[in-house]
Design a protein around this ligand. Structure first.
Ligand code: PMV
Length: 334
């Protein structure tokens, strides 16, 4: 299903899925309204939602602690609904900066919305952001917008067509479609989990220093240049800009020796790379030289990272088609 179709109505039990994401330029600066470029990646997460026999599950006071995203979704999208239980399967490492919380928020929002009559894409982007933001307390709608829309998207930057306008009541973000260069990327988890919220708060403090605005302007200019270079399919320029963005991220304090080690290990096989997501641990993304994806992945694995060769996932969040029921009728009548 393409990332522009509405989520249709459906009855429980149902399943919904959403892809992971990777931020190429502009993380952290996007929280402060600057430009960002992301792509949805082909690491899927699926949530099954079924009616629960345990009648108190929705109102379990432990739920907010055990899963703040589930709790936020119940509060915002399932008030007065019957108790449900979730079954989640995912290829996205958790707390790694590869979009597990955005994918979970988007898939769960798609599922609850389907059970409540369906929703259009823009509405789903709003709901998924509201769930993630409700659980995290801080952040931009970039991650959830990317996994709702699929493909490449810019936030507050150049692009082809406008997809969504989102706000938290204070800031505004405009999400646009960006042309897909159809490249393979390598993303790799360092094995160091981290909290998005604490990294976002620490960077926010750093950016309140007198040079904060100038730093934000540099992030913004880099993201705009990065978007143009991706659209122009200028691999060498994208590599150079990824490296420069990594330098800025290190300057605001969210790099980590393990991330630097993974980037250094990949270097002979890539045109550039950076941390991706909130940083302070988490993951890196590198752009391999043409045909050298596996070599880049191998080099990173030898240095202790968990690499994935990824491609664009053009399908955004969607319902998973229910299995066709056996009718026992004429087998030729299909
Ligand atoms: O690390 P992640 O996947 O949660 O990505 C965070 C991206 C930030 O720009 C740091 C925060 C945000 O909400 O945009």
């Amino acid at each position: 299903m393409s990332g522009s179709e509405p989520i249709p109505p459906a009855n429980l039990p149902l399943a919904a899925r959403a892809p992971g994401k990777c931020i190429l330029f502009g993380e952290h600066a996007v929280v402060h309204g600057r430009a960002e470029l992301l792509l949805a990646i082909d690491l899927p997460l699926q949530v099954g939602i079924s009616p629960s026999a345990r009648s108190s599950l929705n109102r379990d006071s432990a739920a907010p602690d055990t899963n703040p995203y589930f709790h936020a979704a119940l509060e915002r999208l399932w008030t007065g609904g019957p108790p449900v239980e979730l079954h989640v399967t995912s290829r996205i490492p958790r707390a790694a900066g590869l979009g597990s919380s955005a994918a979970f928020s988007a898939a769960l929002s798609a599922g609850f919305s389907a059970a409540r009559g369906g929703v259009d894409r823009a509405g789903l982007a709003e709901r998924a952001f509201s769930v993630e933001r409700g659980a995290q307390g801080v952040g931009s709608p970039g991650d959830t917008a990317a996994v709702v829309a699929g493909g490449y998207v810019s936030v507050n930057g150049p692009g082809e067509s406008e997809l969504f306008r989102l706000t938290d009541g204070e800031r505004r973000w405009t999400v646009r479609r960006v042309k897909d260069p159809s490249w393979s990327w390598v993303v790799a988890y360092s094995g160091i989990p981290r909290s998005t919220a604490s990294a976002v708060r620490a960077v926010g403090e750093r950016l309140s220093a007198p040079d904060g605005e100038a730093l934000l302007d540099r992030f913004h200019a880099l993201a705009e240049a990065g978007i143009r270079a991706v659209v122009a399919e200028d691999r060498a320029e994208v590599g150079r800009l990824l490296d420069e963005n990594q330098g800025l991220l290190a300057q605001v304090g969210v790099s980590h020796p393990r991330l630097e080690a993974l980037l250094a290990a990949a270097r002979p096989a890539v045109v550039g790379g950076k941390l991706t997501g909130a940083g302070a641990g988490g993951s890196v993304v590198v752009l391999p030289m043409p045909g050298r994806e596996l070599e880049a992945a191998r080099r990173i694995a030898r240095a202790g990272g968990l690499p994935f060769v990824v491609r664009t996932e053009t399908n955004g969040a969607s319902l998973v088609a229910a299995p066709v029921e056996e009718t026992g009728g004429d087998p030729s009548a299909s």
